[in-house]
Design a protein around this ligand. Structure first.
Ligand SMILES: [Zn+2]
Length: 472
């Protein structure tokens, strides 16, 4: 946006790049359990939305978990390459870790970039950050907001994704992380590293090899439906520093968006929170979410410009059935991110919530969203995003013509499809869940040439260079 180009732009005027963004991807225990038995593995969590996720030129989400093979919550390392939920290496709340197969599934679903800066970034300590970065790189997914322990001072926190000749820089940060300390500073902090964040945004905006700057802060109050003063201040300062789009996450519920006009006259859409894309949270407001779409094109001078925005209402559908695998104490349920159909009871409630927070002017039907990702439908102009209000009241704009939602013909949730191959009976379980053994796990820790035994609730806080394995 900020620059002119010496090379002729690959994207001609009139051609449009579509960016899709979703909220928090949080693999709670039940989600990881579902994946063990479902033939589509992680793919079943969002398959109704695949045409949109894979259709957009660049798809983004917030990955709220490490993907660290063989790392326990203590940071200790265990042998083996098993990639299924076990309640030890792979766990849900409160300290998350999911199998690396999640990265492969995200890649297959069209995700090009994820934020790794969030309060769960350190859930598997420093080694977990390193392993997660390696997993994402192997899967071909860009990441932003964390760095390897061995990163030098010249490390760049952003990642640049190029599609259709358009170079989009992504920068993530977080208000903090639940597990500390961050000994090697590996996680970019939105507030204590604020000067680094703003300097990076200014640098990206000025760089001739970057066309668009997207800032994705992890911030705000959980379960609160409006941004707080710190969110507004950080997001607007980021816009002034050169961000062209701001996409927030963390509160687990959708918060309003606004079109902020910078001192130099740029209109910057700021979405304060998209809510959860996939989680096992249960209240409807934590299952209401959006796929945000942004349209970027070049003007006749070759300058990139964000010119359109829209949102597709989605819903984490929970189908509670005794057939679904689950963890003790949790209701068994299949969980799928799907379209929020206004004709269905929960869908109507999701629409009402989103219209209250995001307005109706930029609301998209599934058909419109799919057509937009294929260049056959124009997204609403940026003016459909309510203007930022100096008094921070939430403005709501209505859509000029209310869209008609055609009844969705396909199944709403993955469990409507057969789980087992034809002819088989019951569930196909090729990697059955086994409950964690009772009592504390013994670990043998090798440190400085000495073998010591630990129970996992007494294990050292961080593995450091220790080489460890399960004991008897
Ligand atoms: Zn969070």
């Amino acid at each position: 946006m900020s620059s002119t180009h010496s090379a002729p732009p690959a994207l001609l005027p009139g051609q449009t790049l579509i960016i899709a963004a979703v909220g928090d991807i949080i693999p709670h225990d039940t989600i990881q359990q579902n994946v063990v038995v479902h033939p589509d593995r992680f793919g079943h969590l969002w398959w109704p939305l695949l045409p949109i996720l894979t259709g957009a030129d660049i798809t983004y989400g917030n990955l709220e978990t490490p993907l660290a093979l063989g790392v326990l919550g203590s940071g200790l390392i265990v042998a083996g390459d098993r990639q299924t939920y076990d309640g030890h290496v792979f766990t849900g709340y409160p300290t998350f870790n999911a199998p690396p197969a999640l990265a492969t599934a995200l890649k297959a679903a069209g995700f090009a970039v994820v934020s790794t800066a969030n309060n769960h970034a350190m859930d598997r300590h420093s080694i977990g950050v390193d392993r997660t970065i390696a997993v994402l790189r192997n899967a071909g997914i860009g990441l932003t907001g964390t760095r390897p322990a061995a990163a030098g001072p010249g490390w760049r926190w952003e990642t640049v994704v190029e599609r259709k000749g358009m170079r989009v820089a992504w920068l993530a940060c977080t208000y903090g992380s639940n597990v500390s300390p961050d000994d090697h500073p590996q996680v970019l902090n939105c507030f204590t590293d604020r000067s680094v964040v703003m300097r990076t945004l200014r640098d990206l905006a000025a760089r001739p090899t970057v066309d668009v700057v997207v800032f994705t802060p992890h911030f705000g109050d959980e379960y609160i439906g409006a941004p707080n003063a710190a969110q507004r201040s950080l997001a607007r300062e980021a816009a002034e520093a050169g961000a062209n789009i701001v996409i927030g996450n963390h509160p687990h519920v959708p918060q309003p968006w606004e079109l902020y006009t910078t001192a130099d006259g740029r209109g910057v859409p700021i979405a304060y929170s998209l809510g959860n894309f996939v989680s096992n949270q249960k209240p409807l407001k934590t299952r209401a979410s959006v796929v945000l779409l942004f349209a970027v094109s070049r003007d006749t001078s070759g300058r990139a410009r964000v010119h359109g925005a829209g949102y597709l209402p989605i819903l984490t559908h929970r189908h509670e059935t005794a057939e679904a695998p689950h963890v003790p104490g949790e209701p068994p349920a299949w969980i799928t991110a799907t379209f929020a159909q206004p004709g269905l009871a929960e869908g109507a409630q999701v629409h009402a919530l989103l219209r209250e927070r995001l307005g109706g002017a930029a609301l998209l039907t599934p058909e419109e969203a799919m057509a937009a990702t294929r260049g056959r439908h124009h997204l609403p102009a940026l003016s459909a995003v309510p203007p930022a209000d100096p008094q921070n009241r939430t403005a709501v704009l209505a859509r000029a013509t209310e869209p008609t939602w055609a009844p969705y013909e396909g199944p709403l949730v993955a469990d409507d499809r057969p789980l087992a191959p034809e002819g088989a009976t019951g569930l196909t379980v090729d990697a059955p869940f086994t409950a964690p053994p009772e009592g504390p796990t013994l670990l043998i820790v090798r440190r400085d040439g000495q073998l010591t035994r630990h129970q996992d609730d007494q294990a050292p806080a961080s593995a450091g260079s220790a080489s460890t394995r399960f004991g008897p």
